[in-house]
Write a protein that binds this ligand. Structure first.
Ligand code: DAH
Length: 357
């Protein structure tokens, strides 16, 4: 009887397992693979020799060989994982930068962090200027009742600002009319009411925030925009205090070569009222297209608090007086950074926005 071709299988398998364990690099493993499990391996030549066996013996030997091959392949797979792991650990160690106490073990792909939008950073800068002048910063609701947005500010029912074409009315099915605020002035009313309730007058506050009007967007108008309101209620406040605050603010925010001027105007909640203008930031007062050749740009409104407003909130106008002002934050950003078209502020074109990081 001819000896089985698998007579030496156990020792041959043990030799293969030993050689696998001895492989020390992935390169060595790749090189040895054909002789361990591939075409040039002992396992493959044993497979071929089974052809000479009787069918039954061939089946048994085939199963035995199959089992041995599985064990060898498993061992090879595990060794490959071990070596890959070791190689990764080694290259991390080699790439490690040691900077004294700081150890950098991997180089991070730079991630773009983003930055505040120009309107947000402008609001911050404006707040900073006013805080430097002794004002506090207050918030107010963006959704207001008709009373806060209009009535308490002495804006009569027939006033054009209340028209369906100017204001977003919110239908809550309530008896009270609710609107998206068209300006930040209603926050004045909230502040004065709170101060009366807490007996905490005087007030020196600015109130920035988002406002909404039914405007078609164009180069200098957005239907959703931002204003900053100012309110001072104290004893003995005069128009000179208002003019001084406007002048100081303008110089601090726009620079020493930009002047402010107050022109007689009309607002229902201030008396007297004044429009607040600054030297055109494009032509520096020479006269250009942006300022319609006047050398001046309108920024907002201002004035002494109207007695009707004091009455609405229950402040005694014989004891207290005050002034208010309000102007556009988006408009300020546009003027200071000479943004030709205001719509660029909300179009999310990062090539534009990145300039203000
Ligand atoms: N709320 C006014 C507007 O949006 C601006 C304004 C004018 C605010 C006069 C004031 C003020 O506080 O006194 O057109």
């Amino acid at each position: 009887m001819t000896p089985s071709p698998l007579a030496e299988l156990d020792s041959q398998k043990a030799a293969l397992l030993r050689s696998i364990a001895a492989l020390s690099t992935l390169d060595a493993l790749r090189e040895s693979e054909p002789t361990i499990t591939g075409k040039r391996s002992i396992l493959s030549s044993l497979q071929k020799s089974l052809g000479s066996l009787e069918p039954e013996a061939r089946r048994d030997a085939g199963a035995q060989l199959q089992e041995a091959r599985r064990e060898v392949e498993d061992a090879l797979l595990r060794r490959r994982e071990e070596l890959a792991h070791a190689q990764r650990a080694e290259s991390l160690g080699a790439d490690r930068l040691d900077l004294g106490d700081v150890v950098v073990s991997a180089v991070r792909v730079p991630v773009s962090m983003g930055h505040p939008n120009l309107v947000a950073s402008t609001q911050r800068e404006l707040e900073d200027v006013f805080v430097g002048m002794g004002f506090t910063v207050a918030d107010g609701p963006e959704v207001e009742s008709d009373w806060y947005n209009f009535e308490a500010l002495n804006i009569p029912p027939a006033h054009p600002a209340r028209g369906l074409w100017d204001t977003f009315y919110v239908d809550l099915g309530e008896p009270e009319t609710v609107v998206l605020r068209t300006h930040t002035s209603p926050t004045q009313i909230h502040l004065m009411e709170t101060a009366v309730a807490n007996n905490s007058l005087p007030i020196h506050s600015v109130m920035p925030g988002r406002c909404h009007r039914r405007d078609t967007p164009d180069s200098s108008h957005l239907p959703t925009f931002h204003q900053i309101e100012g309110l001072v209620v104290d004893r003995g406040i005069t128009f000179a205090d208002l003019a001084g605050v406007i002048e100081t603010f303008t110089k601090s925010y726009f620079g020493a070569d930009i002047a402010a001027r107050l022109r007689p105007g009309y607002f229902p909640f201030t008396e007297p009222s004044a429009e607040f203008e600054i030297t055109c930031t494009i032509c520096r007062g020479e006269g250009c297209r942006t300022c319609s050749q006047t050398g001046w740009l309108e920024l907002g409104g201002s004035g002494m608090l109207d007695p009707a407003v004091f009455d609405a909130v229950g402040i005694d106008g014989n004891e207290w007086s005050g002034f208010a002002f309000g102007f556009g934050i988006d408009r300020c950003a546009q003027m200071r950074y000479q943004v030709g078209d205001m719509r660029a502020l909300i179009e999310n074109d990062t090539r534009f926005l990145r300039q203000f990081s």
